[in-house]
Design a protein around this ligand. Sequence first.
Ligand SMILES: [Fe+2]
Ligand SMILES: [Fe+2]
Length: 137
Amino acid sequence: MSYLKWDPSYSVNDPFIDSQHKNIIKAINALIDAIDDRKTRLFCTKLHKALESYAERHFFHEEKILLENHFPDLAKHQKEHDSFTKRIDELSAKFDRDEPEIEVQLQMLDFLKEWLYKHILTSDRAYADFIQKKTRK
Ligand SMILES: [Fe+2]
Ligand SMILES: [Fe+2]
């Protein structure tokens, strides 16, 4: 499977948030490695934990910025963040229930890729454009 690469066009014009988004790409690539190399369950358990704490820190920071900037779609954005946490929890639970490792890993990979395209490159992009327009005025 081929790795994903960060592209400057993914930027939300905030180096701290960009670095957090780059970590999602790193997590996707680490998962691709895990699938290709048939890494252990321990690796995946650690990855799930890392994603949970990532989500907590990243969403808190992002939502604070959206609130400060009076972003009109904050509630919708928060719902998307909540859905990320919920899905990661669901997949972790499947893993803990000893469901076939590869199936859960592939579902996680699909979900993270979808998150990159539908949330980071779409919803996060929307607030970046909003803040940029606002600060230009
Ligand atoms: Fe984000
Ligand atoms: Fe977001």
